[in-house]
Design a protein around this ligand. Structure first.
Ligand code: HEC
Length: 116
């Protein structure tokens, strides 16, 4: 009886470990997807949303700010030359995830590591 119990719990442990790996895998795939969406903003707003000047940086703005601005572009409340069209290409969920991504980045770009 106790042997059976041990075997069952090791199977249970193996199954829970595997399901954890599956969950971890889907989280990674999801964040990769968000990074790809965010990368399309980089063309104008700078790599990772860090502008080199002349354009607003997205990195480090709060999630709420970014969502609000995107929604205002979408609705036409915020006047724009480009963003009113671009913002319409994203669902509310995509905008939320992209905004969370940029908000998770520090305001200042990390200083480049010195080589050598
Ligand atoms: C083709 C260039 C271009 C791309 C690509 C682009 N933007 Fe913009 N963005 C602009 C311009 C230009 C403005 C200024 C408003 C305008 O004239 O449209 C702006 C303004 C913004 C603002 C307001 C900035 C502020 O703080 O005042 C936000 C937020 C924003 N963009 C988010 C995004 C996001 C998120 C993406 C990617 C999904 C993106 N943009 C992709 C050109 C671009």
């Amino acid at each position: 009886m106790s042997q059976l119990f041990t075997r069952q719990s090791s199977i249970l442990a193996a199954v829970s470990f595997l399901s954890l790996m599956v969950i971890a895998g889907s989280v990674n795939a999801q964040s990769l997807q968000v990074k790809q969406w965010a990368a399309s903003c980089s063309a104008c707003h700078g790599t990772d949303g860090y502008s080199e000047g002349g354009m607003a940086s997205l990195a480090g703005q709060t999630k709420a700010e970014l969502i609000q601005k995107m929604n205002e572009y979408k609705s036409g409340k915020r006047v724009a030359s480009i963003m009113h069209q671009l913002s319409k290409g994203y669902t509310d969920e995509q905008i939320e995830q992209i905004s969370a991504y940029f908000a998770s980045l520090p305001v200042e770009k990390a200083a480049p590591k010195k080589t050598k």
